[in-house]
Design a protein around this ligand. Structure first.
Ligand code: SF4
Ligand code: SF4
Length: 378
């Protein structure tokens, strides 16, 4: 697919990224990291401490179950709920009988967004599906096959969906309760992306739902107006901070694009550094943005903060658990409320107070780890 940089609001890398070099994929084939990466697949041993008991892992596994059983967008594209073409026997006759709706791109976008919110998206935006953000190759983590990947040529629009994760459970990172919040986010991604794609097919167009597979979610989400990319390398949204998972639906439906909507994150990140300070593996940069990443797991090129995925994953593997500490401590993570929304407005309109906001955030104890506290009610 030929790219059109004029349709994208910021610089993207010159070439496409081979998904084989993404950290979770490398853990399956890269001998250089095999020694420590293997321990991430060791059997879990329950412990009699908060977040590590049998019921904590039962919750985590239940939350992941839709993704593991029916989604698999964490492992490969075009499978299960993320199928590029499958529609159930119940909806197929209706789709075959339909003709493409003929609204304007603005009308179509409004209609798809309303449906997406109804079907479970907490945030939704639309952008140009820049070809350089589509993986050049896919590494199928289940079969361990490696092959070229291409979206259909005319799927030039991306409907980007953000799913918010549970604030309280996530604060227990890095233990199984926080893992449940993450897993539930993945399971909701799979069902929502599937239903939004089915809705678009019902309007007479083609639709490709995608989880972590197929294309890089974070820059697409930023371009679709859902937020900015923070120091921690994730999308920071105005309402939920970085506490979201992202999925997307690529389509040939004519859709109006949203605008990139920065709200002060980059300026705030320059003085904040809470994610860098609280990262247990020193994976988050404390320096100025650069144009080159730490290792082959970074898609270098644009000037930004790169996260050292090797250090991050080494901690995950050693801890036998995923970690969301950087999300928890981010001052944008807090739930909505008079005070929190007021602070967000201050950051957006009066960046001169950014240092004071960070100091207050520390003094008030936000982001203190809760992983040694019991999640369950007595
Ligand atoms: S997930 Fe944990 S280890 Fe990885 S960058 Fe965030 S805080 Fe650091
Ligand atoms: S914790 Fe601070 S530095 Fe890190 S992403 Fe959030 S605002 Fe930016």
């Amino acid at each position: 697919m030929k790219s059109d940089d004029t349709k994208f609001p910021f610089q993207v890398p010159d070439g496409r990224f081979d998904q084989k070099f993404e950290m979770f994929k490398r853990a399956r084939w890269d001998e250089a990291i095999a020694g420590w990466a293997r321990s991430s697949r060791d059997a879990i041993v329950f412990e009699e401490s908060p977040g590590l008991r049998q019921r904590d892992f039962a919750l985590r596994n239940a939350a992941w179950n839709i993704e593991f059983e029916y989604g698999r967008g964490n492992s490969m594209s075009n499978s299960g709920l993320y199928s590029w073409s499958h529609v159930s026997d119940k909806t197929q006759p209706f789709i075959d009988a339909g003709r493409p709706v003929t609204g304007t791109p603005v009308e179509n976008a409004s209609c798809v967004k309303q449906a997406a919110r109804f079907l479970g998206a907490d945030l939704v935006g639309i952008c140009y599906a820049h070809p350089n953000l589509v993986y050049s190759h896919e590494y199928n983590i289940i079969s361990q096959a490696h092959y070229p990947l291409d979206l259909p040529e005319d799927h030039v629009n991306a409907v980007v969906l953000a799913i918010a994760m549970d604030y309280t459970a996530m604060r227990h990172s890095p233990n199984a309760v926080a893992g449940a919040a993450t897993g539930f986010g993945y399971s909701k991604m799979a069902s929502t992306a599937n239903m939004v794609a089915t809705f678009i097919r019902g309007l007479g167009y083609e639709a490709v739902p995608s989880g972590n597979d197929t294309a890089l979610s974070v820059p697409l989400a930023a371009a679709a107006g859902l937020g900015e990319v923070g120091r921690l390398g994730l999308l920071v949204t105005e309402k939920y901070g970085p506490r979201v998972r992202i999925c997307k639906v690529f389509t040939n439906m004519p859709l109006a694009h949203d605008e990139y909507r920065p709200f002060g994150v980059t300026e705030f990140c320059r003085v904040c550094m809470k994610c860098a300070r609280h990262c247990p593996s020193n994976a988050v940069s404390s320096s100025e943005p650069t144009t080159s990443g730490w290792n082959i797991s970074n898609h270098s090129g644009p000037r930004k903060w790169y996260v050292d995925a090797e250090k991050c994953y080494r901690f995950w593997a050693k801890n036998r658990m995923d970690c969301t500490n950087c999300i928890n401590v981010c001052p944008f993570n807090k739930p909505s409320g008079l005070l929190h929304d007021g602070v967000r407005a201050l950051i957006k309109h009066q960046p001169v107070f950014n240092r004071m906001v960070v100091r207050l955030d520390d003094v008030l104890g936000y982001g203190k780890p809760m992983h040694r506290k019991e999640y369950w009610e007595a």
